[in-house]
Design a protein around this ligand. Sequence first.
Ligand code: CTP
Length: 389
Amino acid sequence: MKILFGITGGIAAYKIPQVIRRLVQRGHEVEVVMTPAAAKLVSPFLLQTLSKRPVWVEDFDSRRPLAHIELADWCDVMVVAPATANTIAKLAWGMADNLLTSTFLACEKRKVIFPAMNVKMYENLLTKQNIQRLREVGCEVYEPEVGELACGYTGRGRLADEEVILGVVDRDPRKPLEGLRVVVSTGATVEPLDPVRYISNFSSGKMGIAFAKRLFSLGAEVLLVAGRTEIPLPLYIPSRRVQTTADMLRVIDDVMKDYDVLVMAAAPADFRAKEMAVEKIKREGKLSLDLVSNPDIVATIHEHYPEKRLIGFALEMKGHEGNAKEKMKRKGLEAIILNTVSSEFHPMGSDENEVVVYKASGEEISIPRLPKERVVEKVVDFLFFGEKA
Ligand code: CTP
């Protein structure tokens, strides 16, 4: 992807070289345009070295007299980070008084803005109205974070986290899944036995998180509902943390009216203690647990929302295909992704997976062992674009 990275003169500009380095490492072409104030904070020479392309600061640069038009035409996405209150005001009112602002005005591509400033400047109604104006004309403006600010104040104004900038920018500019709203459940639910012990399973959450990232990167609106996971949740995707299977059911049931699809990648604990012990169970001799069955989340969602698209997973040890297809039918799924545990391979916790996907329509696809992210790309292509490559 061709990324035009605009940097304005906020202190947070010192964080941008690392972001640019990581975008280049991901295979993107990144060209930098800076305001003269930003060039006082971060060396254009440093950015030129990291981006391996020229850096643009001056309005009348004899190397490229029409830089503002050419750069706007060249890029797939224009990013402004950090965006100061001053530049936000100029962008909102169509001013073009330096190379960055004139390029922004000439740019008809996807535009993403990450404000960073003093909390009082951010909360000033004028800044809020300017941000609103930018959103109304289709710019994506991401909220800064709350924290300690360079000016000494604490409040909302810190530049969004590096992972958020990378996740948001690294989105397919064509947004083929724009408008699709997807809930992705992930991780293992946890059922307490007493105040310090629980029953759960080995699910790491990796498949569900990979699903959420892939759908988000294709332009879908994604909500992650996560139990216990071994890896962190992506900060740029809205998420809800839950503990038990009943909690997960409650949250999904509550939000599903606003979503089109549920990808049920979580591994809910199938049993819970009939009664949770109030005190820590003592280690005296033998212990028998009285367990009861948990509700089936996806089957319940099917009953409550028969018109929604539900995609499930099946984890099987034997009788793979028959069991997966039976689960797909019983739970009202549009498709099921079969993972198989064998003596030679266990998908739970692994960074790799191999799956077979069955659609209720009868189509199917086998995906050989690959990193989970690659498997998910292929599954998403099959489920949402009907591609079997
Ligand atoms: N699932 C669910 N609620 C549960 C258990 C499972 O919604 N309480 C979902 C899983 O997220 C998955 C699908 O149902 O998408 C199949 O899960 P799996 O563990 O393979 O099947 P189970 O229904 O639990 O059946 P069994 O464990 O007997 O194979």
